[in-house]
Design a protein around this ligand. Structure first.
Ligand SMILES: Cc1cc2nc3c(=O)[nH]c(=O)nc-3n(C[C@H](O)[C@H](O)[C@H](O)COP(=O)(O)OP(=O)(O)OC[C@H]3O[C@@H](n4cnc5c(N)ncnc54)[C@H](O)[C@@H]3O)c2cc1C
Length: 301
């Protein structure tokens, strides 16, 4: 009898899981069939998004790779790529509902791998934004806004914010073409778990690129001032005091939202709704929970 493994998500975690199962496990278990579900038909090399959101920096062929090409060598008996997003999960019936165009296709599984990761806030294309076409549209929108802005505020000084500010500095601020300001909640950029000397060097290197760093503050509002066409940004410090600055463009780089809305609430945890998982990355509390796995990005493990 065929055992179907459904992998939800073709990011840095889901893609290698599907490949590994096809290359290694399927040889010993010819009854396995792998179904990879992805809302987009191209693998998105998000690690470089901080650079390619700048207009004219990289061609799409350097960061979007057609998924079908990677699986062309596998027969349709052992592999299927479904372009669609999971919308429902019924762990009692071992079934997921995947939106494919107008249709909600039900796919039954023997084992489910949840590798749906997270997305950036406000539709920012640091990571995929839905389908390939939606991601492309979000990229063009941001690239155009960056091209047209004379002053840019980068909100959030984590790794993405620092790398993005560095790219902006290198391309524009160093040459005096645009004003670039990075706003972070800490006195120094990057997170507190990063060594202080690394954070100091980061700040110094950004300043060498012409990036101004404002620490100890959060971007709390950004309202368009219609008369000047600029955004008035309010910065709030930890003591509650505020200050404002104006910019043509404010780009949020902070926080991610887990892509778990398809899972029943009982399988989700915490205010953001991450998938619940035990020490073996399995879904706890279900009769068949031993066959639902949460996959993490292997690059980090
Ligand atoms: C700018 C930037 C630079 C980074 N640099 C590094 C680095 O140098 N090294 C490093 O280790 N990490 C880096 N990271 C972090 C890294 O990108 C993440 O850890 C990694 O992407 C997590 O992989 P994932 O596959 O678990 O999730 P994701 O990358 O979030 O992928 C999840 C996939 O699931 C899909 N999906 C979403 N919803 C559904 C659904 N309902 N049904 C089916 N599929 C769905 C998404 O479209 C996506 O393709 C960086 C991140 C960013 C933003």
């Amino acid at each position: 009898m065929t055992r179907t493994v459904v992998v939800l998500g073709a990011g840095p975690a889901g893609l290698p899981v599907a490949h590994c199962l096809l290359r290694r496990t399927a040889k010993q278990h010819p009854d396995l069939r792998i179904i990879l579900v992805s809302p987009h038909d191209a693998f998105y090399w998000k690690f470089a998004s901080v650079r390619f959101v700048l207009p004219g920096q990289m061609g799409e062929d350097k960061y979007m790779f057609p998924l079908a090409d990677y699986f062309a060598s596998y027969s349709s008996k052992t592999f299927e790529l479904v372009i669609g997003a999971a919308e429902t999960l019924d762990p009692e019936r071992n079934a997921v509902g995947v939106r494919v165009g107008e249709e909600l296709r039900e796919i039954e599984y023997h084992t489910l791998v949840v590798a749906t990761g997270s997305r950036a806030r406000d539709g920012m294309p640091w990571k995929e934004v839905g389908t390939t076409a939606q991601t492309r549209a979000a990229l063009i929108k941001l690239q155009t806004a960056i091209r047209d802005a004379r002053s840019i505020v980068v909100a959030g000084a984590g790794v993405t914010g620092v790398e993005f500010a560095g790219e902006l500095g290198s391309a524009y601020a160093k040459a005096g073409l645009k004003d670039v300001t990075l706003v972070g909640t800490e006195a120094l950029p990057l997170e507190t778990r990063t060594k202080d000397d690394v954070r100091k060097v980061t700040k110094h290197e950004l300043e060498k690129l012409g990036v101004k760093y404002i620490g100890g503050a959060k971007v709390t509002t950004g309202a368009k001032d219609d008369k000047k066409g600029k955004t008035v940004v309010t910065l709030t410090r930890s003591d509650g005091s505020t200050e404002t600055l104006t910019a043509d463009l404010v780009v949020p780089t902070f926080g991610v939202v887990p892509n778990t809305a398809f899972a029943p609430e009982v399988m989700r945890d915490g205010p953001l709704g991450y998938m619940k998982q035990d020490a073996n990355l399995r879904a706890p509390g279900y009769e068949n929970g031993e066959r639902i796995f949460k996959s993490s990005c292997p690059l980090l493990s």
